[in-house]
Design a protein around this ligand. Structure first.
Ligand code: NDP
Ligand code: MG
Length: 391
């Protein structure tokens, strides 16, 4: 990829700018003293929030979910070029030097492919696109000079711990997990988990989908696959460690037994700034730790028999042939059903497992093929949900 800096500000597009990561990215831009110029912002349906961001950052381009939203925005901001939907995301993702993909879910695939196929930097928060479409994403990257710098805090930590060392010396990638809000809850009591409880994360404040994923540890399952795709390690070298304080964001163990870790307070602005500024570091100390106060760090193994996502992720990696895409799609549909009150929290895993039992191995090499595969998995998952009694 080209030298990003060249002395002047870097052009940056933020996709999903109205979400949790998107809003924090704009804070990083505000604090960056002119390091970035905002080329494009995007939202799916949050028109008013997006309009406020456009008024402040005055990007030349916006991408929205519907043509009605586009007309409304163009009326308010006559200088703005508005694009719509999946094709809009794909085209605009290749326009700026850096595309931050902070869209939630598989819909983020257009941004991932648009940026990489144009040879740009992809600052990747949207793990779902990489998990579901790994081979297509790699092909896009190889065909261009694009690069991915992870925003997901664990992968940003590993990216930092790998700097300067050959991958052949890596023994294990240790992905930390807060354990979620139900880390200590007895298995028998998980049947009564409510939506409010699942939406309260102990250490991070995030969008609803990833918050539910963190409560089931399906987020960690996706992150195992994300780590394998990003760092090219064998699945057997990836391990999950529960660390309730969320201070150690992940670790790399080398062949001599030495472990390197990245520590900071849980603050996504640090990981966002890292991915935008790499290889330079941003001077704002997000997540700074106070070592004059008592700091305790605890580590324990995850309860894999309860939080089954970890094993499901390894099984999907073993199976290949679209299994990670099925796992991702089943999870998205199940979480959506849970958030709509159609299934209970405890049923999320039952639905995912029943969907994976129906897995139809499929070879895919193009974006269209992975989109078709995702749709079949969603259909099977909806059928599974439809057969169940109402929550
Ligand atoms: P949010 O739900 O807070 O925000 C999602 C953003 O995506 C919003 O701007 C939303 O627009 C937009 N969006 C939703 N659906 C679509 C669609 N179909 N097409 C285009 N845009 C869409 O999510 P988060 O910010 O929490 O998460 C974003 C991504 O980052 C996820 O993949 C998540 O796993 C990952 N991530 C998040 C972390 C966090 O701390 N939040 C940490 C690590 C990773 P609108 O507002 O209009 O709905
Ligand atoms: Mg994470």
């Amino acid at each position: 990829m080209d030298d990003l800096n060249g002395g002047g500000p870097r052009s940056l597009s933020i996709f999903g700018s109205t979400g949790s990561i998107g809003r924090q990215a704009l804070e990083v831009v505000r604090a960056s003293a002119g390091r970035f110029t905002v080329h494009a912002l995007s939202a799916n349906s949050s028109l008013e929030d997006l309009a406020l961001q456009i008024a402040e950052f005055r990007p030349p381009v916006a991408v929205v979910g519907t043509s009605e939203m586009a007309s409304e925005l163009c009326e308010r901001f006559p200088w703005l070029s508005c694009r719509v939907g999946r094709s809009g995301l794909y085209e605009v993702a290749g326009e700026a030097e850096i595309a931050l993909n902070a869209v939630v879910g598989f819909s983020g695939l257009s941004v991932t492919l648009g940026a990489l196929e144009a040879g740009k930097r992809l600052a990747l928060a949207n793990k779902e696109s990489l998990v579901a479409a790994g081979p297509v994403v790699h092909a896009a990257m190889e065909a261009s000079k694009g690069e991915i710098v992870p925003v997901d805090s664990e992968h940003a930590a590993i990216h930092q711990c790998l700097r300067g060392y050959p991958h052949t010396e890596v023994a294990r990638l240790l992905l930390t997990s807060s354990g979620g809000p139900f880390r200590e809850r007895a298995e028998a009591d998980l049947a009564s988990v409510t939506k409010d409880e699942a939406l309260k994360h102990p250490t991070w404040s995030m969008g609803p989908k990833i918050t539910v994923d963190s409560s089931t540890l399906m987020n960690k399952a996706l992150e195992i696959i994300e780590a394998v795709e990003l760092f090219g390690v064998e699945p057997a070298k990836v391990e999950v460690v529960v660390h309730p304080e969320s201070i150690v964001h992940s670790m790399v163990e080398y062949v001599d037994g030495a472990v390197l870790a990245q520590l900071s307070r849980p603050d996504m602005r640090l990981a966002i700034g890292y991915a935008l500024g790499y290889p330079e570091r941003m001077p704002t100390k997000y997540g700074e730790l106070d070592f004059t106060s008592r700091l305790s760090l605890h580590f324990e193994p995850p309860r894999r028999s309860v939080f089954k996502g970890i094993d499901l992720a390894f099984e999907a990696l073993r199976a290949g042939a679209g299994a990670p895409a099925w796992l991702n799609a089943a999870n998205e549909v199940a979480v959506d059903a849970f958030l709509q009150g159609r299934i209970r929290w405890i049923e999320i895993y039952e639905v995912i497992e029943a969907t994976m039992e129906r897995f139809e191995p499929t070879r895919f090499s193009s974006a269209d093929e992975v989109i078709a595969l995702d749709q079949i998995a969603r259909l099977r998952c909806s059928e599974v949900i439809g057969r169940r009694a109402p929550a």
